[in-house]
Design a binder for this molecule. Structure first.
Ligand SMILES: [Zn+2]
Length: 131
């Protein structure tokens, strides 16, 4: 499957017991890697919004310079936060355009978690994702 010109690859189902490792999506240029159910339900706006988020990372990496983008994403918490806020805002806008509520508190919990290396406090994440 292609999404906005990027190949979407699915993770092997054998990983499904690994929780978040399986149930999350990654943008590894030029691929979006995600659990298979996201593709199987490609008319589900929540799932599509995940592809929107990942495609945003790939678009920005391509414009910015792929290697430079990934290095900064990995090593600079400030850059990682900025890029995630941009991608989450795209996701929010996408969901709202489909009449689906973007759960700010849920996304703020994720954004302020270990997943992103605790780059922001929860309250600040709520503020960033509310605007
Ligand atoms: Zn992201």
């Amino acid at each position: 499957m292609l999404y906005k010109g990027y190949s979407v690859l699915t993770k092997p189902r054998i990983l499904r017991h690994l929780g978040l490792i399986y149930n999350s999506a990654q943008a590894i240029y030029p691929f979006i890697i995600c659990p298979g159910y996201i593709i199987n339900e490609s008319n589900n706006f929540q799932y599509l919004s995940i592809l929107e988020h990942e495609a945003t990372h790939l678009d920005r990496a391509k414009k910015f310079g792929i290697l430079k983008w990934y290095l900064l994403y990995i090593f600079s918490p400030k850059f990682r936060l900025k890029e995630e806020v941009i991608a989450y805002r795209v996701k929010k806008k996408f969901l709202e355009s489909k009449g689906v509520l973007f759960d700010v508190e849920k996304h703020a919990r994720i954004l302020s978690s270990n997943i992103y290396g605790k780059v922001v406090k929860y309250e600040e994440a709520v503020r960033l994702l509310s605007s």
